[in-house]
Design a protein around this ligand. Sequence first.
Ligand code: PHE
Ligand code: ZN
Length: 878
Amino acid sequence: MRPESNVVVRLEDYRPTDYLIERVYLDIQLEPEAATITSRLSLHLREGTAPGTPLVLDGDALVLRRAAIDGVELAPDAFEASADRFTLRAPPAEPFELQIVTEVNPTANTELMGLYRSGGNYTTQCEAEGFRRITYFLDRPDVLAVYTTRIEASRSEAPILLGNGNPVETGDVAGTGRHYAIWHDPFPKPSYLFAMVGGDLASIHDTFRTRSGREVKLAIYCERGKESRCHYAMDSLKRSMKWDEDRFGLEYDLDVFNIVAVSDFNMGAMENKGLNVFNDKYVLVDAETGTDWDYAHVEGVIAHEYFHNWTGNRITCRDWFQLCLKEGLTVFRDQEFSSDMRSRAVKRISDVAKLREHQFPEDAGPLAHPARPTAYREINNFYTTTVYEKGAEICRMLQTILGEDGFRAGMDLYFRRHDGDAATIEDFLACFADATGTDLSQFALWYHQAGTPILITEHDYDAADETLTLRLRQILPETPDRQRKSPMHIPVAFGLVGPDGQDLSFSRATGARVDGSVIHLTDLQAEVKLEGVKARPIPSLLRGFSAPVRLETDLGMDDLLFLVGHDADPFNRWEAAQTIAMDLLKRATEEIRQGATPVFDGRFAEELGRLASATELDPAFRALALTLPSDMEVAQAIRTNVDPDAIFVARRALQTHLGDRIADALAAAAPAADASYRPDAESAGRRAFRHAAWAYGLAAGRITSADLAEAFHGAGNLTDRLAALRLAVHRDLDDAPALLEAFYERYRDDPLVLDKWFSVQATVPQHSTLERVQALSRHPAFSMKVPNRVYALIRTFAAGNPVAFNRPDGEGYRYMVDMVAEVDRHNPSVASRLTTAFRSFRMMEPSRRAAAEAALKRLATVPELSRDVSDILIRTLE
Ligand code: PHE
Ligand code: ZN
């Protein structure tokens, strides 16, 4: 580990810059191995700063070629330049123009930060601190400038040249074979939103008319030959643009909107102003190469990046501690969009399942941090599920508390008050407080206190008084920051399910505040008395998952079964089934560890079978109800001394138990395959249901290897084909090797589809999967250099295969540590993402825990470990 890895950046140290940059003029000469960047910055002192204060610009791995002020070359003693800093000793007191020429090597840039090449095309990635790898700059989000960019390249190598904002001019550079394009972005922006692209790209084009009548030219660029796979992304873009006008009154503001799909990208996508750059995984889909999952994610990510134009770009973040200001809010917005495009209940259930699978473990382990952190060593490590998904939950709670109209009034004020600003979480909350006259000081704790609160409830019904008493209590678990926590404001949406399944009303509420159908728990404990409740109800609490907490109620099996059958809130219907399944899995795991054979209460199967056959319900919803809590969720519920093998055996036992009882009903209820593929939510739901029927059929031995092989070969789309493949491979059926071979042959030239082939094999729940992954990492279609490949095989193995990763002999841990060290040498941010697979190691049983710890300690001895990996390592071992 390098010593500088341990430097901590703190929120309390924030102060504005001494200098401001008004305008930036960039001239970028593209060459594969030596791109030259000439930057002209119009600088001036901030009011109140002493004239002569040195100007210090950020750099990272830069080589300075020239520096001048107002056209006059700087004397050698006027400045100091190193790879990571440029200091102007005594800048002029009056506004001046600083000219800096740097040179970078795009081909050698394997970190994929700054200016790099992907598939022969030039592209940039600047968030969070990549712009300083292109030129020296005040590379922080609160320095907003107007950019003009001139890009020049060989016309044959890069016929397409794209920049931020609007196109201004193009032309040839006579006699050189080179050409140029000039782009101008009129909206002041921070450097992290800068982008340029140059390459030989194919494209599709369309237009969108904004509601005020402006015509926007839309284009999506991709690798040649893939343009036919861009149409769904284009359609999603147009629907996003329309939706943001309808729901939030937000219009697009430039003449063009460009999207570029690249195949080497660390993250999902990037919202650069007017020029979104995407991991091609979230752009390219068609019936042959995209699954239902892919379609839904293309739609969601396209919307997410587009929505950033207002939440992120027009209003940006003051500093990186405020990351959740743009990310949490934008995730909330894209979730709402997808809910409107698809089924709201199904979207909500999927989002909550994802939150529990990823965010809850993060929040319960050594990497837990508040949604608005106060310290970091490496900002790249804070693009977390807490900042994104918990951040979105906080916005959702705000909407629950203020109502849709109140929430919208707060958003409107936010855009009026802060357009063009670099804002903070406090600014954001003040808009909602001011617009609605609400005191949100306690609510703000959601941004500042880490950890998932536990909500414990009890209820009592007094038939004579017709009164229901609810007692609620919150527990705030300890997190690595060890701060003493104050009670949170938890909005508990609820209903009272009556004996006929209809919601019962109440006439009066006393005790804790009740607003309509929301109880506001603001103290550590509170009591609510609901009067005029005519019959004994079953309280249905936390409807729609109204707060990101772990709920522990006093409801027994009978009550939960009734909710599975009757709750008017579809989320809680699903939730009741999950609660029962979780209880059964936990108990079975314990029995297996004691050497006993688990016995299950048969009433669950009966109720689940009924639900699954209820044709009036959305098949997608029924498929979700049939999906048992993940191994990770079960492990989290057990919390200590976890044995992943026992959890897995318990799951298989429950699947068999359920399959024996419901497989026939599922087969009967399963809709037939559609004649042709359509990606809409309803069709996808029917497919998901059919696959659930297959899974239980297999568990019960009603479906054979040959049946699945037939389904595989007869499949008319990738979703069905992949589902059959996954089941065959995960169940280790006779036909599995042949199906894997057939799948590979069919898609051998399609890296994104082969990623699924890698992932299916990386998740086989057997110890020997480790050797399989090791062999696959030598497969010609695999590359350690391409993030999508590494994620598909290596990360999927570590994060998606608890049985093999946590092998009792510790080999899974040792392998991962080797992979982290290897990837870290060329791409630290991918390496640190791999390292987070260890975040729950302390909950393992002692021998696994010791093996994981030893592996991590060995990683710490690797010389020259990046700051990204060191940071995760330090915190994980703390
Ligand atoms: N800001 C991007 C998004 O969430 C994510 C991202 C972060 C991409 C850092 C690249 C680098 O939309
Ligand atoms: Zn985002």
